[in-house]
Ligand binder design. Structure first.
Ligand code: ADP
Ligand code: MG
Length: 311
């Protein structure tokens, strides 16, 4: 068995603080080690919401205290989060492999994800990041740095950044090469560092790419066989949280599309996952996507379990 898997790890696999994260990655590592032991080739994409928030906050506060500290662009904060989370995952996986006598190597690819500068998302930033500000200080920062602010449910003003679609993965060749060599690769962390191309050059931009969409794009461009989204639930449900809730097993992309139209999936959480899964399945023959929990990942890949989306 040497099927190639791209695994998108949800926020619950990392926790909210450095200590929680160290513990949480141990669990993630043991489940991933079982897949590696069975010959699966793996690329891991992780989220970074709380982590990039923490890094961004630290720089904002330092800048407030001392104007000699420069403001840190959001793209750089994302790059830092890839390094920090990559280190924890690398370390936990390497230790798990050592204790199980597995000789597989692990590395983290700082990953740039190419976006279209004309993506309509740049006209309407939607993703809130960083601190809450009063209206007056938000206005001042907007003048100084050109940020866009929105009022966030009565809690104050918050910066919003665009959430463009991933178009391509700059480091795809390197990632594929490492994966084919049998290494476990951690890539596209936090949805990747958004960059756009102009006259052949790449420039970073302050934006956030949806982690599940970026992972689906990576799975597509490195020609993975299976795309797995690991989150807090063992399966996707219709009528989620209602009396007539029903967990879904194997479904086709047409069925998934119909459930989307019927409004079964919450926009900020399950909807982007189902959409990413559909996109990957559509991108090539024989491709399948699975949405399940970390605990159920091994079973979902080796037997029928979780929600499997196929053509
Ligand atoms: P992650 O950090 O993994 O991206 P999210 O919280 O963004 O996790 O999304 C997963 C959550 O989506 C689940 O824990 C569940 O509470 C919620 N959810 C919304 N709609 C559904 C649905 N139809 N079926 C299953 N879970 C759903
Ligand atoms: Mg999410």
């Amino acid at each position: 068995m040497d099927k190639q898997l791209v695994i998108a790890l949800g926020g619950n696999a990392l926790g909210n603080t450095p200590d929680e994260q160290k513990q949480a990655v141990l669990a993630a590592a043991s489940h991933i080690a079982s897949l590696v032991k069975n010959g699966y080739k793996i690329v891991i994409v992780h989220g970074n919401g709380p982590q990039v928030g923490m890094i961004n906050l630290a720089f904002e506060l330092a800048y407030k205290q001392n104007s000699k500290v420069s403001a840190m662009p959001f793209a750089e904060c994302c790059a830092m989060s890839q390094g920090y989370i990559g280190f924890h995952l690398q370390n936990a996986l390497q230790n798990a492999f050592f204790t199980q006598g597995i000789t597989t190597h692990v590395s983290t690819a700082i990953t740039q994800v190419i976006v279209n500068p004309h993506d309509p998302a740049f006209q309407r930033p939607t993703k809130p990041v960083g601190l809450f500000y009063t209206e007056a200080s938000a206005r001042e920062i907007r003048k100084e740095r050109g940020y866009t602010f929105v009022e966030d449910s009565g809690r104050g003003f918050r910066r919003v950044v665009p959430s463009p679609e991933p178009v391509d993965i700059k480091e795809k060749g390197t990632i594929r090469c490492l994966m084919e060599n049998g290494d476990v690769v951690i890539a596209c962390g936090g949805g990747g560092i958004p960059v756009y191309r102009e006259n052949g050059m790449l420039y970073s931009v302050d934006a956030v790419i949806d982690k599940d969409k970026a992972a689906a794009k990576l799975a597509e461009v490195i020609h993975a066989d299976i795309f797995i989204i690991l989150t807090a639930v063992p399966s996707v449900a219709i009528n989620f949280g209602k009396k007539n809730q029903k967990w879904l097993g194997r479904i086709t992309i047409d069925e998934a599309q119909r459930y989307i139209e019927e409004g079964h999936f919450a926009p900020g959480s399950m909807l982007p996952k189902v959409e990413a899964a559909i996109r990957f399945v559509k991108s090539g023959p024989g491709r399948e996507a699975i949405i399940t929990s970390l605990e159920n990942a091994y079973k979902a890949v080796t037997e029928e379990s979780g929600t499997i989306i196929c053509s």
